[in-house]
Design a protein around this ligand. Structure first.
Ligand SMILES: *Cc1c(COP(=O)(O)O)cnc(C)c1O
Length: 223
């Protein structure tokens, strides 16, 4: 068995029920994704539209593609026809564009709102207050071709596990707050995407429902 297959099978065997695995395959060749697919993996995460479109064309049609990186508005139309979930919505403008493009394809695109929880300035995402403001006036008719399914966040890139724990804990608490206040989509608002190769065990302890793991499965990326 390839090491990719072994990694996937091992990782999956440690995941509690209710936690799904997004295999983050950015910068890895199609052959690596095919190995993961052959080991049973169906959800893949990519962070560049062009790369995603190229891979989608040649890989099996039953793959669920998640977009997880910064997304430019002008790239939305390229991925909307087939995307399963956009995890990295970080502005109202982007949400509007997804709605517009999804309407053209008569689709409802599932999205997560990315929340800024890390200390680094560079990370994208809404603050808690910006997110509250966005959802306060939200009804299912606001953007009928978008379904907000939950939140996504990235912790600070640090070895300080207490810091990571604190950030994931805060995001989980915010997620629970929204679940009660954000009424209309109660039953669909259920995904909390947090945890990467170096911090997913912490994320799971703190209530993650979806981890996004790349390096731990595919090895180091070559940029
Ligand atoms: C690259 C990336 C990951 C995966 O990171 P690894 O450390 O390789 O597991 C997860 N989430 C996002 C948003 C990413 O860009």
């Amino acid at each position: 068995m390839s090491s990719i297959a072994t990694n996937i099978i091992q990782l999956k065997s440690t995941l509690p029920q209710g936690v799904s695995l997004v295999a983050v395959s950015k910068f890895h060749p199609v052959s690596a994704l095919q190995e993961a697919y052959d080991a049973g993996q169906r959800i893949f995460g990519e962070s560049r539209a062009q790369e995603l479109v190229a891979k989608q064309k040649v890989l099996p049609a039953d793959i669920e593609w998640h977009f997880i990186g910064p997304l430019q508005s002008n790239k939305v139309k390229d991925i909307v026809p087939f995307i399963s979930m956009i995890e990295s919505i970080d502005s109202l403008k982007l949400l509007q564009e997804v709605n517009k493009q999804a309407a053209k394809h008569d689709r409802i695109v599932r999205v997560l709102l990315e929340i800024h929880i890390a200390q680094e300035e560079a990370k994208h995402g809404f603050s808690f207050d910006e997110c509250r403001a966005l959802l306060r006036d939200w009804t299912p008719d606001t953007f009928p071709h978008v379904r907000i399914c939950g939140l996504m966040g990235m912790a600070t890139n640090t070895d300080d596990t207490t810091q990571i724990e604190k950030e994931f804990h805060a995001l989980h608490a915010f997620f629970e707050e929204l679940k009660t206040s954000f009424q209309q989509t109660d039953e669909q608002f259920q995904e909390l995407s947090m945890g990467m190769s170096h911090d997913y065990p912490i994320a799971i302890r703190e209530g993650s429902t979806m981890i996004r793991v790349g390096t731990h499965i595919f090895g180091e990326r070559e940029y």
